[in-house]
Design a protein around this ligand. Structure first.
Ligand code: ZN
Length: 377
């Protein structure tokens, strides 16, 4: 009988290892707690900006938190943003906390800082909504409100895109109208009509708002406080909901051939897709943060991309958004409605498949694009 050889490694105390699944929070409150704790453990200060009015589902205050790794005077920076679209924050928050736990604080290259912005739209994150407290989309909110962009196709389809009645028969006739438009103009044109952004229907989807949102004001403040004097900046904004389940795409609004597009391509390779050039899972959009940041940072070498990861199929995501919009804008008894909880959970699932395989795939995308951005800086 063979005698087993002594293996000293087998006797070592084994620490429970964290896996990517463990980084993802179960709600806004636990996501914030995990982020702040991970910052504290890494010896990084957190600046918290409290929302002046909105509260979470638990009745407690909501915060936009930021942390800076590296020298404050650094001329090069990487900015990582989560929860621009509230409910998509499960992903971005999980990534930020996970990267911190895996040692991000030690990875800032010399002369570079990493700015983490946790929960740009904390209301949407806390309430499992894509929009903010005014039913507005933060990534369509950066416009001149005295002369907002037009979206004629949305105008023509508004009552069918976000119906006041979501009973099966009413939805069926609304869908027939959308199908008509799709047959005449193509699927991408319908996607653009719906998601480009609109400024006329406060009770519709992809509404850009009627004024600058609190989140956008705070984003400007973060740029003044934490990114002033930066000459070279890379921004990654973490999004979910478009593309195949677990797939990842770096969406830029810059056109092929432009300097920012080519920088993005050099950094992230084949993942890069221009929404303005029709390469992307996203249609061209109005009033985005990308454009706003570019207008604030004249003369800065800016590379901005959204890491967009896929969740459920487009139709499921769209229908979840319509129900959520109906609940918050048209349901007579809103949160007391008998279907309120089911609608909230359906929306959450549409933007956050709470499954180990999805979490592993999307965390891997995030880790890769952040690593590539750090190498390029
Ligand atoms: Zn998004």
């Amino acid at each position: 009988m063979a005698v087993p050889r002594f293996n000293k490694n087998a006797l070592r105390f084994r620490l429970p290892t964290m896996t990517p699944e463990d980084y993802f929070p179960s709600d806004y409150r636990s996501g914030r707690h995990a982020f702040v704790t991970a910052c504290e453990q890494a010896g990084i200060d957190v600046i918290s900006r409290v929302h002046p009015e909105a509260k979470g589902r638990d009745g407690k205050p909501l915060f936009l938190d930021t942390a800076v790794i590296g020298p404050r005077t650094a001329k090069k920076a990487l900015l990582l943003i989560s929860a621009t679209h509230g409910v998509e924050g499960y992903f971005g928050s999980g990534v930020q906390t996970g990267l911190l736990q895996e040692g991000l604080a030690k990875r800032a290259p010399k002369g570079t800082k990493i700015v983490l912005l946790h929960a740009l739209n904390p209301y949407g994150f806390a309430w499992d909504r894509r929009v903010n407290e005014d039913n507005a989309d933060i990534n369509r909110n950066c416009v001149d409100f005295t002369n907002p962009p037009e979206n004629a196709p949305y105008d023509a389809l508004a009552e069918f895109i976000s119906p006041k009645d979501i009973a099966p028969a009413a939805l069926k006739s609304a869908n027939a109208k959308l199908t008509e438009y799709l047959k005449a103009n193509g699927a991408f044109a319908l996607q653009e009509a719906i998601s480009k952004g609109q400024y006329r229907y406060p009770e519709g989807v992809y509404y850009g708002g009627s004024q600058e949102a609190w989140s956008l004001k705070m984003l400007k403040d973060v740029f003044v406080e934490s990114l002033k004097g930066v000459k070279k900046l890379t921004v990654i904004d973490f999004h979910t909901g478009l593309g195949d389940y677990g797939a990842g795409e770096m969406i830029t609004e810059d056109l092929p051939g432009s300097a920012p597009y080519e920088r993005a391509k050099a950094m992230w390779g084949e993942r890069v897709a221009s929404s303005e050039a029709g390469e992307s899972v996203s249609a061209p959009l109005s009033g985005t943060i990308d454009k706003a940041v570019a207008s604030w940072l004249k003369g800065v070498e800016l590379t901005f991309a959204a890491l967009e990861v896929g969740t459920r199929d487009t139709r499921a995501v769209f229908n979840a958004l319509r129900k959520d919009n109906w609940l918050h804008c048209f349901a007579p008894d809103r949160h007391e409605h008998k279907d309120a909880e089911a609608i909230r959970l359906e929306l959450r699932d549409a933007f956050y498949p709470d499954a180990p395989d999805w979490k592993r795939m999307v965390f891997a995308h995030a880790n890769e694009v952040v690593s590539a951005a750090l190498v390029a800086l």
